[in-house]
Each structure stands twice: as structure tokens, then as C-alpha cells.
Design a protein around this ligand. Sequence first.
Ligand SMILES: [Zn+2]
Length: 233
Amino acid sequence: MSNQSRVFMTYNGTPSSVQTLAHELGHAYHQRAMGDMPYFSTRYSMSVAETASTLAEQLVADAAVQEAASEEERIALLDTKINRSAAFFMNIHARFLFEKRFYERRKTEWLSAGALKELMVEAQKEAYHDQLSEYDPYFWASKMHFFITRVPFYNFPYTFGYLFSLGILEHAKSAGSEFESAYIDLLKDTASMSVEDLSRKHLSKDLTDKQFWLDAAQPIVEDIEQFLKLTEA
Ligand SMILES: [Zn+2]
């Protein structure tokens, strides 16, 4: 084995390309951290598969906002970050609600296209707190993830990975120079431990404690506050 991580993407120099590159480099970093381990000890679950990638994305997004050359650029970068948060908290939440209700009803009945449309809109309204002017009843038909039947709930890992990695980043701010090796050790253990055990062992954090998740969400609140301050003038 070459033991190399390679990233394949179409890079076109846009901010979104930079974000994708950061995301894929996160996956590559995860792979590299596990590079010297036996193959079967590197098969991590979906719940941690997006942790390193979202963490790398967040790092780059934070740095980009901080180093924005102008106020206009900062607003545009913050807008992208906040849209991402909305996707994780709302769009993906809607997918989760839809899929959960779908499986629940599917136990006892067939669901027609009409029923799926209703289920979809209901889930979207709930996840977006009824704040959108229109909804997408056919989202279940267009989103490929719903059709990968060997991976049910192929939505949850994204939001979990996002929030888990934000929580790790919050921890990094207070952990200082010790963080890097703890993070690498955490990544190495991703295939052999539950997420609860991972964070207890490597971050000394209790995932069943609501505070971890509130801390993880705090930077998003700060992004929104900063965005409002810059645009309300
Ligand atoms: Zn990914």
C-alpha cells in the first residue's frame, strides 16, 4: 500500500472550491492519522466520518472571515458560513424528520407520491419553523441520499459531525498546545470507540451533557450577531 491520501476535486478558485478543498483535506488528514493502523481498525462509522472534514472546513471559514480584506468581503463570507449552519440545523433536520416519519408509517402502509409530498412539506415546515415562503414537496425525489437504502438516515452524520467538530474546536481554544496530539489520538480511535467514549477519553467532555452542544453552537450565534451588526447600519 502506498499509504498516501489523495484528494480528487474540480478546483476552480472560488471560495466554495476552497471550502471543498478544506473539507477533503480534512478527510485526508483523518486517513493520514490512521495511516499506520491495521485496515480493520480504520473502518470508522458514519457518525465520525464527517468530523475531521467539517472541522477543517470550519477552520478555513473562520480564518477567511478573520482575514477578510474588506467589510463587503466579510459580510459575504459570513453569509456563506451562516447558510451552512442553516443547512445543518434546518435542511438536514427536515431530512431527518422526513425519514423518521417515513419509516414509522412504512411499518404499516405503503406511501404514495402524494403522501411523501405531504410528509416532506410537513418536515420542512417544522425544521424551518414555518419561516419559508415556499417549500419543496419533491425533495424526497431529487435527493439521492434517500435512495441509498443500505445507509438509512444518511443525513444525521452531517449535522452530528458538524456540531461535534464545532465542539472539538471550542475545546481546542482552551486546550492550547496539547490539542494537536489529543486530536490525532481521537481520530485514531474513531473506529474502535463510541463517540461518547472518544470525547470522554480525548477531550474530557461528556457528550450527554447539554452544555457541550450549547458551547458547540455558540460560534454560530456569534456569526449571526456579527453579520447583523455589519448589515444593520
Ligand atoms: Zn465529507
